[in-house]
Design a protein around this ligand. Structure first.
Ligand code: DP6
Length: 381
């Protein structure tokens, strides 16, 4: 039995579009940052026993089918690389070939708050592949394992490393060189703080898989993006990360998010992942950044309306939180403790202990002139 933990990741240069659906090969490279496992991660336990009749998996305590091609591809690829395993003390001996006939049970759960409305396929597949590889004594490094996780879900390959990670497109037809590589580890730029503003916890209407398929077939802009725009941004983003250059990082991150949603709009029929609240958050960040003269926060939105806000440091994160609570205060009957979840220490930095503090928040200076004198109390739609 083996247990492993893998955090999810957030892309700052977006993966959107495949050149090979079966092998999950992308049309452009992407870059992501891996979350702190304490907050958003998958924990997977895999076990093997001669008494197991078939491969089975439970996700968040509910049994799910392993029949899909993506699960089957991961299981097959890991089994193909299995090695002899021996534990003399326990009297266990499994030979390389035995793994082909032995079945596994997989128990996986996400520590994502249920209200987070975040996709977990990246950490799910990364953790599945990693834990199975350890169980079956696979000797390959995380880069090679990322090429297997990729076949479960493209973005999963980037979760095999911490810090900032690049998914290299690769050239080989079999996808063997389309792998994740670490750019810098998690300590390199640890001032950054991520706030996720949950706009909706409903499941998205168009999955990433089908959305990107439709974009590749119908968008006139996607080819230009993949061939001309992303390669240049990858170079600029790598440099910004190396130099901890927040203004360039923020400018690229926001432009990437906006261009990704532009190609979604350019898809036929158009895909709308963001909603009015997402747009209000964007304009709040844009106004604030412009007023400061230099970016304090970068925003990015994936295949849904939730805003992921990357603050340059704790101070900027606290100021961002104040702005979010000013624009989107909880109802007076809502408990602040369940409204803001995760690492609450930023709330303290923002000087907010209870709903009275939220109500007392002054309008942010950048919008002062435009706000009516009487602030509406309670639930702002
Ligand atoms: C918008 O990895 O979920 O989050 O490979 O079809 O499983 P599949 O898609 P998935 O797509 C993620 C898309 C994205 C951008 C990104 O993570 O880079």
């Amino acid at each position: 039995m083996v247990t492993a933990q893998t955090p999810t990741n957030l892309s700052v240069i977006k993966y959107w579009g495949k050149r090979d659906e079966k092998l999950v090969l992308p049309i452009n490279e992407s870059i992501s940052v891996t979350f702190d496992p304490a907050h958003l991660c998958t924990t997977t336990t895999v076990a093997v026993s001669p008494s197991f009749q078939q491969d089975r998996m439970w996700l968040n305590k509910k049994e799910i089918s392993l029949d899909g091609a993506r699960y089957q591809n991961c299981l097959r690829e890991i089994r193909a690389r299995a090695n002899d395993y021996e534990d003399e003390k326990k009297g266990i001996k499994i030979s390389k070939n035995d793994w082909q006939n032995l079945h596994v049970h997989i128990d996986s759960y996400n520590n994502f708050p249920t209200a987070a409305g975040l996709a977990s396929s990246a950490s799910d597949f990364a953790c599945l592949v990693f834990s199975l590889a350890k169980l079956m004594n696979v000797q390959e490094d995380n880069g090679r394992l990322s090429a297997i996780a990729r076949q479960g879900s493209g973005s999963a390959c980037r979760s095999l490393f911490g810090g900032f990670v690049k998914w290299v497109m690769g050239k080989e037809e079999d996808g063997s060189d389309s792998i994740a590589v670490p750019l810098v580890d998690e300590k390199h730029w640890d001032e950054l703080v991520i706030i996720i503003a949950v706009v909706s916890s409903r499941q998205k209407e168009t999955s990433s898989t089908s959305g990107m398929r439709e974009t590749v077939v119908t968008s006139a802009l996607i080819e230009h993006r993949a061939k001309e725009v992303v390669p240049k941004r990858i170079i600029q983003m790598e440099e910004a990360i190396q130099n901890r250059d927040f203004p360039t990082f923020a400018q690229l991150t926001c432009s990437e998010s906006n261009q990704f949603h532009a190609v979604c709009l350019d898809t036929s029929p158009p895909i709308f992942y963001m909603n009015d609240t997402s747009h209000r958050i964007i304009s709040c960040v844009e106004k604030w950044n412009r007023a400061e003269g230099t970016p304090q926060v970068a925003y990015t939105f994936d295949a849904g309306p939730n805003a992921v806000l990357i603050a340059r440091n704790r101070k900027a994160a606290a100021l961002m939180l104040q702005r979010l609570l000013f624009h989107f205060p909880p109802n007076s009957d809502t408990n602040l403790d369940s409204y803001v979840i995760g690492d609450k220490s930023i709330l303290k930095d923002a000087g907010i202990q209870d709903l009275n503090d939220v109500e007392a928040l002054p309008p942010p200076p950048e919008i002062k002139d435009k706000v009516p004198a009487q602030k509406c109390k309670g639930n702002i739609p």
